[in-house]
Design a binder for this molecule. Structure first.
Ligand SMILES: *Cc1c(COP(=O)(O)O)cnc(C)c1O
Length: 424
């Protein structure tokens, strides 16, 4: 469910025509629907309500302060992966008691920042990191709390670059080693209490089975750990729930994940945490881009749009699929939809890289210079992964609430691009 719908043959975001937003704020433009964002957050909260989870929005998926403030005001916590993300979570009014910090390469300065902030927990990815957090906490005279990230060795059946819970990945401690790690470190670390276990298997996960398998392995592990005298207070399931990139019903609604996972998690003597990013943000945002030119290259037809790989890198980085359609022609948003007269084109951008494309061999109705394209499901890992490559100022971001549109990040200027160099 989202609030990007066609009315009178024209795409609207909530109650505002997409074309009006592009006219007012320029392109490329990220447009978020407040109602969609809140709908997804509340849907997760209610689906998992029987285990009263702590929900920590993965800030790396969409970090805009205004978006994060909105989620914080709903009671949402944050999952951060760097000092910069922690800073953002705090700037958004995030409650430190609901902030958890993951990542394989936390620096001492970042660990200090988190300890001084008083975050809820570190998700700790290796033995050396356990020792280091203990050391830094000791130096500061603080006590740290952490969960060990376990690599449950399941295949999430997603892209290799977003697979994180298989044995060969850099993330977490192998599940076979988990008991030894707990036995070795429990009681030995004076300034770090290990109170939980954490997994994050990859993203986007479209099937139910990888979660069932990972959660079953983990609840078994927790039982074994508790039998060995380890106190496990919480189990953090991570994020990764898939969204609708190719059709409005491609992904499982979160209620289906909850239906199969809740029986595995109910009536346990530990708390549950979730770290959704994409599920909350993905379908809540679109990118708008203006067609600049058309051209033919050999047999191929190109649509050259003003959105570059620096603005939206998922297609070229992950072979990510985003549904793309002109805003003035209605569609059912299914990848196989092709009205009469459609043609096969590559949608490419202005960046000087042959990898700068949003779609290859895509069937679209004929579009012309000046037409507006909507790139759907761009809310997560869209703006968040954008860069200034080719010295392109980053796009503006707008949040729509009914018939009101609010600029939540102004478009960068050329001055912004050189500021940090001028200031030295
Ligand atoms: C990226 C990440 C998430 C969020 O993943 P989504 O696919 O956006 O839900 C959650 N936890 C950790 C540790 C992550 O790295």
């Amino acid at each position: 469910m989202d609030h990007f719908n066609y009315r009178n043959d024209e795409l609207y975001c909530e109650d505002i025509p997409a074309a009006a937003l592009a006219e007012r704020f320029g392109t490329p433009l990220y447009v978020y629907s407040k109602a969609t964002l809140l709908h997804h957050y509340r849907q997760i909260a209610s689906a998992f309500a029987p285990v009263d989870p702590t929900i920590c929005f993965s800030i790396k998926s969409l970090g805009n302060l205004h978006i994060c403030r909105l989620l914080a005001s709903e009671g949402c916590g944050f999952d951060v992966t760097s000092g910069g993300e922690l800073f953002r979570a705090l700037e958004s009014g995030g409650d430190p008691n609901k902030i958890i910090y993951a990542g394989v390469g936390k620096t001492d300065a970042e660990i200090e920042f988190a300890l001084n902030t008083g975050i809820a927990a570190f998700n700790i990815e290796s033995e050396e990191e356990l020792e280091n957090i203990d050391r830094v906490a000791g130096r500061l005279g603080k006590s740290a709390v952490g969960a060990v990230r376990i690599n449950p060795d399941v295949d999430p059946r997603t892209h290799a670059k977003t697979t994180t819970g298989k044995k060969e990945s850099k993330f977490g401690v192998d599940i076979e080693r988990a008991e030894r790690v707990f036995d070795h470190y429990n009681g030995r670390l004076k300034h770090l209490r290990i109170g939980g276990v954490h997994i994050h298997i990859g993203s986007p996960v479209l099937e139910l089975e990888p979660y069932i398998s990972a959660v079953t392995k983990m609840t078994d592990l927790i039982e074994r750990l508790m039998k060995r005298g380890h106190k496990i207070e919480w189990f953090d399931l991570g994020g990764g729930f898939g969204v609708n990139y190719r059709a409005p019903d491609q992904a499982r609604p979160i209620t289906e994940h909850a239906r199969v996972l809740l029986p595995l998690l109910m009536n346990k003597p530990y708390r549950i945490a979730l770290e959704p990013g994409r599920y909350i943000a993905g379908n809540a945002g679109i990118a708008l881009s203006r067609v600049l030119y058309r051209k033919q290259g050999g047999e191929k037809k190109f649509v050259i749009a003003d959105i570059g790989m620096n603005d939206l890198i998922r297609p070229t980085l992950y072979e990510g699929y985003h549904y793309i359609w002109p805003t003035h022609i209605p569609t059912n948003r299914r990848e196989d939809y092709a009205p009469a007269g459609s043609e096969k084109v590559d949608v490419v951008g202005p960046v000087c890289e042959s990898g700068d494309y949003q779609a290859k061999d895509r069937v679209l109705p004929p579009v012309a210079r000046g037409d507006l394209l909507a790139i759907y499901t761009a809310g997560a890992y869209g703006f968040a992964m954008s860069s200034n490559y080719n010295h392109r100022p980053r796009a503006a971001e707008v949040m729509v609430d009914g018939s009101e549109a609010k600029l939540i990040r102004r478009r960068e200027t050329f001055e912004d691009l050189v500021r940090a160099e001028r200031e030295v």
